[in-house]
Ligand binder design. Structure first.
Ligand SMILES: [Zn+2]
Length: 495
């Protein structure tokens, strides 16, 4: 009895309840494809995408394009239509990129009693990491602490006001002194919290090096300027510098934040930076777009878009950042759903678009490109659903779901009746901070956006690190997430 009931429940979802009779012919195929969504296959895809062959999938590289081709071949095999330009799956855009040739070197020169000095080198990647868009060469100079590296005349705030950094090395935080991203007041500060702006401002002030207080994760989303050498540094490095000039970094930042008043100073500590990079000015990257076209003439211009970024942070010299969790997992879940939908012969009333974006890690480039050149009108997009890092945990969640109950209930129903995972959904909350996901360009264009995510992570994740490998993910939850999409979407596109 139970299995018959399940069969009917699941069919009702898959066919979109009101069309149960009209489409009943393909019901068995719809169900069969549902059961073929498999964690093993999903895991294999994550392994493939995060293998050394694709070198961390940095947008602009040849290896990224090879990964994009690999996705396109699959979409074709499963019968999805081309959603890119000139009847291909690819939507191209310019993407100059910087090739970092080795780990570089960062060393502190600490004067001791007499005329002795200690030269302290820092380890890669735990203590310091060469900037992923750094200029090349070698420089030695005094470190000047420049707070948040912000020059904002209209806000009466300038970290560079009483210091001279020409030919020197500035040390700045990735943040801004105003912290409440839920307050509209933050909008005035947001343009100063971009990595690009920090670097360009350091260059404008004549700095020759930039020590970025960014922890030790890789970040290619920063401007390139050949005149400046960049290193991301951990607290190990900044603590040494502050200790050498008898200050406490936390206290200094607490005072700056409290009064929103800069407190920049010369540290008297010298540092040597070495890096080697090549700028690839005229490279391109792409989105990969596969489509299941709507069949109702009155509704086929309306679309649901499923998006996730295919690109990763790439490599530094011989060290690859595999990007398994971020975001081969999102891509693999999307592939599983696309495969099941493609092979099932599903004929939705509205159009379903799968977009594997390029250049998310370097400023949401692919999502911005799609919003500039959409396949179907943006004002007819029912919703954009983002998948990013969906591969570590036990529960399922829908970001912004509570704000769109008409869309959410299809997924809730699918989970309650069939998948039975712990399930959460959040409500949209105000955030005036720097946009950090592919949803942002869609949301700014007036599209409803949601995110499918995983809760209850139980393996250690390695965000933007060389250890972000496939063994750190939990494929069984990915199978269920792909199934949730497969069961939930038909209700949205058919009702
Ligand atoms: Zn990501």
């Amino acid at each position: 009895m139970r299995s018959v009931k399940n069969y009917l429940l699941i069919l009702t979802l898959l066919l979109g309840s009101v069309h149960l009779k009209a489409q009943n012919t393909g019901a068995d195929e719809l169900l069969s494809q549902y059961h073929q969504i498999s964690e093993k296959e999903i895991y294999n895809w994550v392994e493939t995408l995060s293998s050394p062959k694709y070198k961390g999938r940095l947008a602009g590289t040849r290896e990224y394009i090879q990964a994009a081709e690999w996705v396109a071949v699959k979409l074709k095999e499963w019968g999805l239509e081309c959603g890119g330009s000139n009847n291909t799956y690819f939507q191209w855009f310019d993407r100059p990129w910087v090739e970092i040739q080795d780990q570089g070197e960062i060393s502190l020169i600490l004067p001791q009693k007499g005329d002795r000095i200690i030269c302290k080198k820092y380890t890669f990647p735990d203590e310091a990491m060469v900037g992923m868009a750094t200029g090349g060469g070698e420089t030695t100079g005094e470190v000047v602490f420049a707070g948040y590296g912000v020059t904002a005349p209209e806000l009466g705030y300038d970290d560079y006001k009483n210091i001279d950094v020409k030919g020197k090395i500035v040390m700045v935080s990735r943040d801004v002194p105003y912290k409440d991203v839920t307050n509209p007041e933050y909008s005035k500060w947001v343009k100063y919290c971009y990595h690009n702006e920090k670097l360009e401002n350091a260059v404008r002030h004549g700095a020759r090096g930039l020590l970025y207080l960014s922890g030790n994760s890789a970040n290619p989303n920063i401007s390139y300027d050949p005149s400046i050498i960049v290193f991301g540094i951990s607290e190990t490095v900044s603590d040494d510098i502050f200790a050498a000039c008898n200050r406490d970094m936390k206290e200094v930042f607490a005072r700056i934040d409290k009064h929103i008043r800069p407190e920049s100073f010369n540290t008297g500590v010298n540092v040597t930076l070495k890096a080697s990079s090549v700028y690839h000015k005229s490279a391109k990257a792409c989105n990969v777009i596969g489509v299941i076209p709507g069949t109702n003439p009155a509704l086929k211009d309306e679309s649901v878009i499923i998006g996730g970024h295919l690109d990763g942070v790439g490599f530094i010299g011989e060290t690859i950042f595999p990007g398994a969790w971020d975001n081969a997992t999102g891509v693999a879940c999307m592939l599983a759903t696309a495969k099941a939908m493609g092979l099932s012969g599903m004929k939705p009333e509205r159009t379903i678009i799968f977009i594997f974006t390029g250049g998310e890690e370097v400023g949401l480039l692919g999502a911005k490109e799609y919003v500039r050149n959409p396949l179907l009108p943006l004002d007819k997009v029912i919703c954009y659903i983002n998948l990013d890092m969906t591969g570590n945990g036990t529960g399922l969640g829908i970001g912004n779901g509570r704000s769109y109950p008409d869309l959410l209930h299809w997924f809730e129903e699918a989970n309650n009746n069939y998948i039975h995972r712990p399930f959460t959904a959040t409500k949209k909350s105000p955030n005036y901070g720097r946009p950090r996901s592919d949803s942002a360009p869609f949301e700014q264009a007036g599209v409803k956006v949601m995110a499918l995510y995983v809760t209850g992570a139980y393996k250690k994740g390695y965000y933007h690190l060389p250890q972000d490998k496939s063994e750190t993910i939990t494929p069984e939850v990915m199978e269920d997430l792909a199934k949730l999409l497969y069961l939930g979407l038909p209700g949205i596109v058919n009702n």
